[in-house]
Write a protein that binds this ligand. Structure first.
Ligand code: NAD
Length: 312
């Protein structure tokens, strides 16, 4: 498991451990949230190392399957010189891992991609054959990750990509919108809002994402396939703010931002392929998922307590 101390990685690691798997958990992260993840997941075998520099053939030796979540997320940071980090953290890191897989031949790699590969989805739900026109350098870096999978699949590596649509739930990254809205409502910095609040995101609960990753490790999926993992339920920024306000009974202060962003006006996943190939359907409702995230946010560090229906 790469990126095991990150937002999605920690939840997936917990799930794999609970299912009785031995988890080699790799993450270079050194923030308090990474330390909390390591402390909450002591049963994993932790390797604190930079995947861009360590010997990956040695690391993958004897590993049955790989969940590759380490990467450089975030749309805004990918502009300008930030792209260097996104290139290194996404395609370059993935290429190093795939090279090692050529040698050690894990049974399967499940690799994190993103709805950002689509760009805007102005109406309807995007199936996997929807045009891929990323609006940000981050989206381009994830598209390059997917293209790399094809190159290595042609050489016999078994790798599949999952296109996550905006993940939310306990432990969400502090730079993400819902986390910032909750923070703002609780007295933190005002929520920085681009546009008029009508932009819509298909938000997907982290427990559902974890279930999809676990399913993808074993499902009979043709190597090189990319599968949407989303709720098929776009929700506007304004709607999210109102839900946070209603839950916490206080307002979310806003500071308007005007600069260009690379954020699509709307994302929405057609998940019929995930249902067919992985037997996966999203289970956590929006209200339940937001309540879960707020409760864990307010409690501070209890991010791994299972509270949603998908976890029980
Ligand atoms: P995250 O930043 O919380 O987790 C990524 C982890 O990878 C971090 O803990 C980081 O320390 C680790 N990492 C990064 N580079 C590393 C390196 N060189 N060596 C070792 N560890 C390294 O991000 P997340 O939100 O959990 O996202 C996980 C993956 O899913 C990422 O690839 C991201 O691009 C993708 N994704 C996330 C979302 C979302 O909404 N969170 C949506 C689409 C795709």
């Amino acid at each position: 498991m790469t990126g095991a101390a990150g937002f999605v990685g920690a939840v997936v690691t917990r799930r794999l451990l609970d299912l009785g798997h031995r988890v080699l958990a790799v993450d270079a992260g050194d923030d308090p949230r990474h330390h909390r993840a390591r402390a909450a997941l002591v049963e994993a075998d932790w390797v604190r190392a930079d995947l861009l520099t360590i010997d990956l053939v040695e690391l993958l030796d004897g590993v049955d399957a790989v969940v590759h979540l380490a990467g450089r997320p975030g749309v805004q940071t990918s502009w300008g010189h930030g792209f260097d980090d996104h290139l290194a953290g996404n395609p370059l890191l993935t290429q190093r891992l795939l090279e090692a897989a050529l040698v050690t031949r894990p049974r399967r790699l499940v690799v994190a991609s993103s709805s950002s590969v689509y760009g805007d989805i102005p109406d309807g739900l995007a199936a996997e054959d929807h045009p891929l026109r990323p609006l940000s350098p981050y989206g381009v870096s994830k598209l390059a990750v997917e293209a790399l999978l094809h190159a290595y699949v042609a050489r016999g590596v078994d790798a599949v990509a999952l296109r996550f649509f905006t993940v939310f739930g306990r432990g969400q990254r502090p730079d993400m919108a819902l986390h910032r809205m909750i923070d703002a409502a609780l007295g933190g910095p005002p929520f920085p809002m681009r546009g008029d609040g009508r932009q819509a995101r298909d938000v997907t609960h982290v427990d559902d994402v974890a279930a999809a990753i676990v399913a993808a490790l074993a499902a009979p999926v043709r190597p090189g396939t990319a599968v949407n993992i989303g709720a098929g339920r776009p929700v506007s920024v304004t709607d999210l703010i109102e839900r946070v306000e209603a839950h916490l009974l206080c307002s979310v202060p806003i500071v308007p931002l005007t600069e260009a962003s690379g954020d699509p006006s709307r994302t929405a996943a057609d998940t019929r392929l995930a249902r067919r190939l992985l037997g996966w359907v999203p289970r956590v409702g929006l209200a339940e998922g937001i309540a879960d995230q707020i409760e864990h946010h307010v409690r501070g560090d209890a991010m791994f307590l299972p509270t949603t229906r998908a976890d029980r």
